[in-house]
Every structure is written in C-alpha cells, then in structure tokens.
Design a protein around this ligand. Sequence first.
Ligand SMILES: Nc1ncnc2c1ncn2[C@@H]1O[C@H](COP(=O)(O)OP(=O)(O)OP(=O)(O)O)[C@@H](O)[C@H]1O
Ligand SMILES: [Mg+2]
Length: 291
Amino acid sequence: MDQPDKITETEEQLVLLKAELEDIKLKFIESDKLAFIGRLTAGIMHEIKNPLNFINNFTKQSQNLNAEISEILDGLSDKLDEDTLADLNDARSMLAGNLSRILENGERAQRIVFSMLAQMRDKQETVFELTDVNNLLDEFAKLAYQGVRGNDKEFNLTFKTDYDLTLVPINLGLQEISRVIINLVNNACYALNEKKKTHKESFSPEIFLATKKLDDFVEIRIRDNGSGIPQTVIDKLFTPFFSTKPKGQGTGLGLSLSHDIITNIHKGKIEISSKENEYTEFKILIPTNLS
Ligand SMILES: Nc1ncnc2c1ncn2[C@@H]1O[C@H](COP(=O)(O)OP(=O)(O)OP(=O)(O)O)[C@@H](O)[C@H]1O
Ligand SMILES: [Mg+2]
C-alpha cells in the first residue's frame, strides 16, 4: 500500500472515531438528563404523596359523616314531606357516589406514586447501617399488619416468633430491607384474608417470623398459613408486574423489587416454598460481611 492510500485510510478511521466520540458524548448528555429527570420525578412524587394521603383520609372521614347524616335523616323521615325527603335521599346517594369515586381514584394515584417511588430506589445510594435484625423484623412486620388493619378492622392474625437471640447487629440497607419486610407481610396478610373468606371461623390466620445466625449469613423467615401459591405460578412471582390480585389492585412489583433489594443490593438470596391452601414461606439470606 502506498503513502496516499495509508493517509486516506487513517483519515477514514479518524472520521469513524470522531463519530463514535460524538455518539458517546450524546449518550453521556442523555444519561445525565435522564438522571436529572429521575431525581426531579422522585422529588415530585414525594411532594404529591402527602396531599394525596390527606385527600384519601378526608374522603374516608366524609364517607363516615355521610353515613351518620343518612342515619339521622332516616330517623326524621316521618317528619319531612315526601318531596323534601326524596330530594335529600337523591343528594345523599349522589354524595356517596361522588365520594367513592374520589377515593377509588385517589387510591389508584397513591398506588402509582408508591410504586414509582419504590422503582426510583436504585437512583438513590443505599445507606448501610448496623442493624438489629430481630428488632427490624418485629417492628416492620407489625407495622405492615397495623397498616392492613387500618383499612380493615375485621382482620386479625396471631404473630408467632422464633428470634435467634445470639444474633449480633449486621450492616444492611435499613430502608430497603424494611420495604422487603413490609411487602412480604402485606402479601401474607392478603393471602390470609383470602383464605379467611372461604374457611371463615374454622381458620386462625397466623404469621410466623424467625431469624437464625448461620456461618456467613443471617436467615430471616416469614411464613403464613394462608392460601398458598400454586406450583404453576411459583416461577413467575419475581417477574415485574406479575400479580394474581384483581385488576387495579396489585402492581405486581412488590416481589420483583424485594428480589432486587436482596440479590443485587445485599448480594443475598430470597427463596419461596409453598403448599396450596397450607402455607407460604419466604426465606431470606443476608450476608454478614456487607459494608
Ligand atoms: N404470601 C403469599 N401467599 C400467597 N400468594 C402470594 C404470597 N406472596 C405473593 N404471592 C403471589 O405473588 C404475586 C406477586 O406478588 P407481588 O408482591 O409482587 O405483587 P402483588 O402483591 O400482586 O401487588 P402489590 O405488591 O403491588 O400489591 C401475588 O399477586 C400473589 O399471587
Ligand atoms: Mg405485594
């Protein structure tokens, strides 16, 4: 190959390299923009969460008030003329309809905000802190249960525990692991509630919480005696958006996020065992050497 050919070839290579560099530069700008949009969205979601909570709570209170007013009106029905009574009845049923539509949509918005916030998790650095796993499990399992009872006062269960008292505090992402516990206990409560619907009084819902110190791991077990999981769907549980809840109720993100938190952030393991109509158990292993 003579000299001019070589120069042409080098020039061509340079042009290609320059284009590649331009491409990389654009990708950098793009990812920076995306990171910024991510932070901005997380900020907005946080700001929206509280007013939304406020709207939903006050709508529930207004529903209770409307029910009280209805009772009073029922007591007054013989003192009112027919037209006034009909007008009042129309108004209160329209009000009840409006309130339930507000709540339905408010709760839908709340679910979207929560799952978006949860998805934003990986944009934020995990803070590892020395944590007493027994306390963490106990506290957040009961918190999740209180949350469920907040929406359904009829729901009751018994916690049984077997905590390994020889455990020493380990480093873990406190926020992330507490989210996993809440997800698992929420799922357990749902499964217990489902079973209660068919088994009624003969069934006593239970959640069993246990910890154990192993050589290089701490083991956490969360077990319920609820509806269980059919073998055919067990492999799909960690897939994002997989849910067996009625349409509009579950995002199907709880377990996929929990899986991500345990396996990617903590380099641990999460395993399921279940028998339909008998039990479901989630076993989590968290390495003790995290920093
Ligand atoms: N303890 C359990 N008992 C029975 N089924 C369970 C249990 N935990 C999870 N599942 C099944 O796994 C599916 C996926 O759970 P996941 O937490 O990912 O989503 P979800 O609970 O349906 O929705 P979300 O978490 O947004 O409310 C559930 O719909 C349910 O079918
Ligand atoms: Mg769930």
